[in-house]
Write a protein that binds this ligand. Structure first.
Ligand code: LFR
Length: 487
């Protein structure tokens, strides 16, 4: 029979990719190591429509289909067989469907400021304390509960989270994947079900589809999708940890020791894997979240600003005609001593635009300073750029260390190592500074943890690997780099 393969569709805020995954059987009982082949990459980003930020979901879907077509061609050439497709993206955002099942408008993007006007109103009907006791979500201004409260008229509409919307367009089946549902703050963390109380509080109908857990199938490809992509209509779309962070945490290459993790991309998601939620008011005060992970685990974590601060600073500099390569900026920053830090968790850094200036303002507001931008930019990394990047790296490492200390206290755990996965795992300055700030060894990699977590859940659904997260993690492809804390 032709060898089975899985396809991961993994879409982040700044890029997406479609990846073929193969899990060759090893000798004996254990599964082999996952192999990945990227067949399609595309840029992603928010689109501004009438002054607010949106995702062009239809353009994203066109890229998904292009990627599936490319994957199909490779698979046919190799004489392989696609068993399933799994989709993950960022969380909290959704598309609204009308009575005919048509997308009504481009979904709002979470960095849009529209919820500012409704947060107080929501808290007047359901207190932050009560919200936390039900859902255990950290307060973020873009939580789905506030976004829905900002909608004008929800009567007769249905909502699908972004990965579920893409799955719906592939299969015609409407479901809400559980790890993503858990990020909405409309979800009961203990009951693992929607919370009627929270929907009532914001006066919204319960407009989401029935839940689906990672490993379950949405259904088969629609005939028109099979025709457009050249894939077999028998291919199933399987739910994975459709919240990208859930898939990333599933692919933290941990063995049995107590570990902490940082899923480091546009955001840094910093925390612990737990068996059950921590819904105490102390946990609320510290703003920790209890998102669901693969296999019913709890991702007890906090959002730290992340490489967004760096990406946006680089965008600023490019706009000023002094764009610099990332490697040069990081080398410039690494050559400097530790400098001032900002609070990378602060909501003042959520919105796009003017980031380098906002970081400078935050440093100055705290009584520090950064070198002035030169009147005549040099050809290499300027002093202000190196100092700003150094500030971002020191701030992220300090933020990681503070979050991990608090998480450990609140959850009563003592992690022995910190795993950094995602793009930030390639940033050796950030990894070393994190080891220094936490006083713990850092194990860096894999870079593509999210896609690996996505593929391994599919592989298990297809019967290619058995067991729980420990067994899945043993199949992760990674050559981790270890950083010991230094003075
Ligand atoms: C990371 C992420 C975070 C979530 C943020 C917004 O990509 O999914 O986990 O808090 O994006 O959805």
């Amino acid at each position: 029979a032709s060898p089975p393969v899985m396809i991961a569709v993994d879409i982040g805020a700044s890029s997406g990719r479609v990846i073929i995954g193969r899990l060759p059987a090893a000798s004996g009982q254990a599964a082999g190591t996952l192999e990945m082949e990227v067949v399609h990459r595309f840029p992603n980003g928010v689109t501004e429509i009438d002054g607010s930020l949106h995702w062009d979901a239809e353009a994203i879907f066109a890229q998904v289909q292009a990627g599936l077509e490319a994957a199909g061609a490779v698979v046919r050439e190799n004489g392989e067989r696609v068993v399933s497709i799994g989709i993950d993206t960022w969380a909290v955002d959704y598309g609204l469907l009308d009575a005919e099942g048509e997308l009504i408008a481009a979904p709002h993007a979470y960095r849009d400021a529209r919820t500012d006007a409704v947060i107080e109103r929501v808290h007047a009907t359901v207190s932050p304390e009560r919200l936390y006791a039900i859902g255990g979500m950290q307060f973020l201004p873009f939580n789905t509960v506030y976004q829905l409260a900002a909608e004008v008229d929800l009567a007769g509409k249905r909502a699908l989270m972004i990965p579920d919307l893409l799955a719906y367009w592939l299969t015609g089946v409407e479901r809400t994947e559980e790890t993503n549902a858990s990020t909405t703050a409309l979800f009961d963390a203990r009951a693992v079900a929607w919370s009627p109380e929270v929907f009532d509080a914001i006066d919204a109908p319960q407009l989401f589809a029935e839940l689906i857990a990672p490993g379950e199938s949405y259904g088969r490809l629609l005939p028109e999708v099979a025709a457009a992509t050249g894939l077999d209509p028998a291919v199933e779309v399987v739910a994975v940890g459709s919240h990208d962070t859930a898939s990333a945490v599933a692919a933290v290459p941990a063995d049995d020791e107590d570990f902490a993790y940082v899923s480091s991309g546009t955001w840094s998601l910093v925390g612990l894997e737990l068996d059950g939620p921590v819904l105490s008011q102390a946990s609320r005060a510290a703003n920790f979240t209890n998102e669901r992970g693969v296999d019913g685990t709890i991702r007890y974590l906090q959002n730290v600003g992340g490489l967004w601060l760096l990406q946006e600073s680089m965008r600023d500099w490019a706009g000023q005609g002094r764009g610099r390569e990332l490697t040069h900026l990081l080398a410039g920053a690494a050559a400097l001593p530790a400098g001032p830090v900002v609070d990378a968790n602060s909501s003042e850094f959520i919105a796009p635009g003017g980031m380098a200036g906002r970081i400078r303002a935050a440093v100055e507001a705290a009584g520090g300073s950064l070198p002035a931008a030169p009147a005549e930019p040099g050809s290499g990394v300027d002093a202000d750029q190196a100092a700003t990047v150094r500030c971002i790296m020191d701030s992220l490492a300090a933020g990681y260390a503070a979050s991990l200390r608090t998480a450990a206290e609140l959850a009563g755990k003592r992690p022995a190592v910190v795993h950094i996965v995602g793009g930030g795992s390639q940033n050796s300055l950030l990894c070393q500074l994190t080891a220094n700030a936490t006083g713990l060894p850092v194990i860096a990699g894999p870079v593509e943890a999210t896609a690996q977590g996505n593929l391994l859940v599919q592989a298990r659904a297809a019967g290619l690997i058995e067991g729980g997260l420990t067994q899945l993690r043993a199949a992760i492809a990674v050559d981790p780099v270890r950083y010991e804390p230094q003075q």
